[in-house]
Ligand binder design. Structure first.
Ligand SMILES: [Mn+2]
Length: 304
């Protein structure tokens, strides 16, 4: 009897890169005659809006199949694997997060491909092409993979984006006959999910750490554009903190909108970024920075 192969990802939450790549890899394996399913025990996060779930390629149910072998995508940290995975039933890992490359060298029976590129969807697309099964790339499968690339590379504008990601994106748009505006459809759908509970979305992504001249409390939200971003509602969330900063990353114009409170924070931010504020409580960066990049900058700058 054929072995059951289960393609899965991390525990707790999975994002669109994991969701799309496990489904696409299952499609490739099935086309190659392998008995493969794609499933997760984790919650799907807000990067997987309803219209993505309604595409024709979907997850299989997460049954625990007897004697199943597992393939894990989009994570290589064994502490964060889907709960069904053990080092004994795991046969392959494909990931784009660094940190565990050496660990897996101790397990030569587990095939490992860890590459620091924008998205695992890019790797799966390349696998489909190099194995000669491009015909499985129908419009819906292309949309899944494109969404994974868009999300993980922040609309191809994040510094982790590589030429391989851009090439995969271009090819998928072409093969799937997808509109160049698909990014608007995708990111608007994610934004609507976030805006359903705006306050919770901000609260769930607040980082509290005192670094350099930055306020101790820093929030972050990724939006298509700032049109629907409710500044007053945001200020309510931060009202309990003496000093705060909110990094709103706008994907359409590629800018960071840094909202903050107080004259002192304003002066420190103007110095840090060597830029005048656009308003009493707003500094706009012409190229967006992720919160971790802002924190790194504050840490590296010692003159303040
Ligand atoms: Mn990823």
């Amino acid at each position: 009897m054929d072995t059951n192969l289960v393609v899965t990802s991390g525990c707790k939450y999975i994002d669109i890169d994991a969701y799309a790549s496990i489904i696409a890899y299952r499609e490739l394996l099935k086309r190659q005659g392998v008995n493969a399913t794609a499933s997760t025990l984790s919650t799907l996060n807000q990067s997987i809006p309803p219209f993505i779930l309604w595409l024709k390629h979907r997850l299989d149910s997460a049954d625990t199949l007897k004697d199943a072998k597992y393939i894990v995508l989009d994570t290589s940290n064994p502490d964060f694997f889907d709960e069904r995975v053990t080092n004994d039933n795991l046969i392959e890992i494909i990931d784009h997060h660094t940190g565990f490359e050496d660990y897996w060298k101790n397990y030569p029976n587990i095939k490992t491909q860890i590459e620091f590129i924008g998205s695992v969807c890019t790797i799966i697309f390349e696998k489909i092409v190099s194995s000669g099964y491009t015909e499985i790339l129908d419009t819906d499968l292309c949309k899944l993979l494109v969404a994974g690339i868009l999300d993980n590379t922040l609309n191809l504008k994040s510094s982790i984006t590589t030429d391989r990601d851009r090439n995969a994106y271009d090819k998928l748009i072409e093969i799937g006959n997808i509109s160049n505006d698909f990014y608007v459809e995708y990111f608007s759908a994610c934004e609507s999910e976030i805006l359903k509970d705006f306050t919770k979305a901000i609260k769930d992504d607040i980082k509290i750490e005192k670094v350099g001249v930055l306020p101790e409390v820093i929030g972050q939200m990724v939006v298509l554009n700032t049109n629907n971003f409710n500044i007053e509602k945001m200020k309510d969330v931060f009202a309990e903190y003496p000093e705060w900063l909110m990094n709103v990353i706008s994907l359409e114009d590629g800018k960071s909108y840094l909202y903050f409170n107080g004259d002192s924070v304003r002066e420190r931010l103007e110095k840090l970024f060597d830029k005048q504020c656009d308003a009493d409580d707003l500094l706009v960066l012409d190229k967006f920075l992720l919160r971790k990049q802002i924190i790194k900058k504050a840490r590296d700058v010692s003159f303040l």
